[in-house]
Ligand binder design. Structure first.
Ligand code: NPQ
Ligand code: MG
Length: 367
């Protein structure tokens, strides 16, 4: 039985600033949920950023909607599945739903001694790793950052692009590292449909995909864009549910999907999107939101499902943090191991986590 739920706010510095088309981040503003009972703790990590730049969600907003509308729905015998059913009437707030669903899921799986990978249907014991490379001050700096990640063993490079930093950096990376490098780009919604002819100039670089060039609401415009650009279209921010995924695929808005559990309300919905795509032979890959070890562990379980045929943004802990809150995820031969223990399969170092914690609030369940 669940006896209490803790909401923990913490912060951790990034090893280097991460610049995208929407801004630059130097630290990760963290929200964890801990579901406790019978000597077991289930963990969830919220993927929201401190500001509403990637999507409309932001971490203080997640905390507010969790406290006010979601945590009151949790009782001693609430399960991940019953929780997700109970929040169907709450619109949006996917990242808030996801952190609580994940903590509940981790709690029940730990109690049953089953790993998240097994629960979701994982078929791989390790997953191929890619890395997301932020926008750099110069092409020279970009080339040296990419060289470093290739030396680390990353199997795929994703370049963040924006208007004014697109064709030249992609050309430089392709020319320097050769045609065999698995290379893709992510615009985080920075373009307009009227940029179609410009974006079509990326076709010459033989990219795996172009990720989310247009604003998230403009799914139909992505279908228009996909008629002009030959590089496979991949959606990230637009895909908020399995229903949107189906519409996007049916309308030709994308041919590849980036699955982020936090963006779609949790692992149960992420699995549904995987299953839809697997059935249709549509490639998916696991995105990343600069998760610490808690969120990273859970993403690896998902990325081990059979439909995840492209390397994800499931990078090693050291890509983002000098010290992770769990034992670090280490790149071996370009892969990360999928945790095998119960639930997410890894525990935080509580002394270290406490040292980066700003506050903890405990809610004791009475019914
Ligand atoms: C993406 N992630 O695929 C996101 C965007 C992103 C790994 O490229 C703090 C927290 C900063 C979350 C910057 C990657 C972030 C963030 C970028 C997410 O679009
Ligand atoms: Mg993206």
């Amino acid at each position: 039985m669940i006896s209490s739920i803790r909401l923990r706010r913490a912060h951790i510095d990034l090893v280097s600033p991460f610049r995208t088309s929407f801004g630059v981040e130097t630290a990760r503003d963290l929200l964890y949920i801990e579901v406790s009972g019978d000597g077991v703790i289930g963990w969830g990590e919220c993927v929201a950023m401190s500001e509403p730049m990637y999507s409309s969600e932001y971490v203080d907003g997640c905390e507010e909607v969790l406290r006010r509308y979601m945590l009151p729905l949790v009782h001693r015998n609430t399960t991940a599945e019953s929780f997700t059913d109970s929040v169907r009437g709450i619109r949006g707030h996917y990242m808030a739903k996801a952190v609580l669903e994940t903590a509940l899921l981790d709690f029940q799986l730990r109690r049953n001694g089953m790993s998240l990978g097994t629960f979701l249907g994982a078929t791989q014991t390790r997953v191929r790793s890619g890395v997301s490379v932020g926008i750099q001050p110069s092409i020279d700096e970009l080339l040296s950052v990419v060289q470093g990640y290739i030396d680390d063993g990353y199997l795929r490079i994703k370049l963040k692009i924006k208007p004014g930093f697109d064709l030249e950096p992609v050309r430089a990376v392709r020319t320097t590292f050769g045609d065999d490098l698995l290379l893709q780009v992510d615009a985080n919604s920075a373009y307009q449909l009227s940029d179609a002819e410009h974006l079509a100039k990326l076709d010459q670089f033989n990219l795996l995909l172009i990720e989310q060039p247009l604003p998230e609401e403009q799914v139909a415009s992505h279908a228009q864009l996909a008629k002009v650009v030959r590089t496979p279209m991949c959606l990230d921010e637009s895909i908020l549910s399995v229903e949107v995924a189906r519409e996007a695929l049916d309308s030709g808005a994308c041919s590849i999907i980036n699955i982020k559990p936090g963006r779609v309300g949790g692992y149960l919905e992420a699995k549904k999107i995987h299953d839809l795509c697997f059935e249709r032979g549509v490639a998916v890959w696991c995105g990343g939101m600069l998760e610490t070890g808690i969120g990273r562990a859970a993403n690896l379980a998902l990325a081990a499902l059979p439909g995840f045929t492209l390397p994800g943004d499931t990078s090693a802990s050291a890509r983002y943090f000098a010290r992770d809150v769990t034992s670090p995820f280490i790149l071996r031969d370009g892969h990360l191991d999928v945790p095998t223990g119960p639930g997410i399969g890894i525990d935080p170092d509580l002394d270290y986590l406490d040292s980066i914690t700003d506050r903890v609030d405990e809610i004791v369940l009475t019914k």
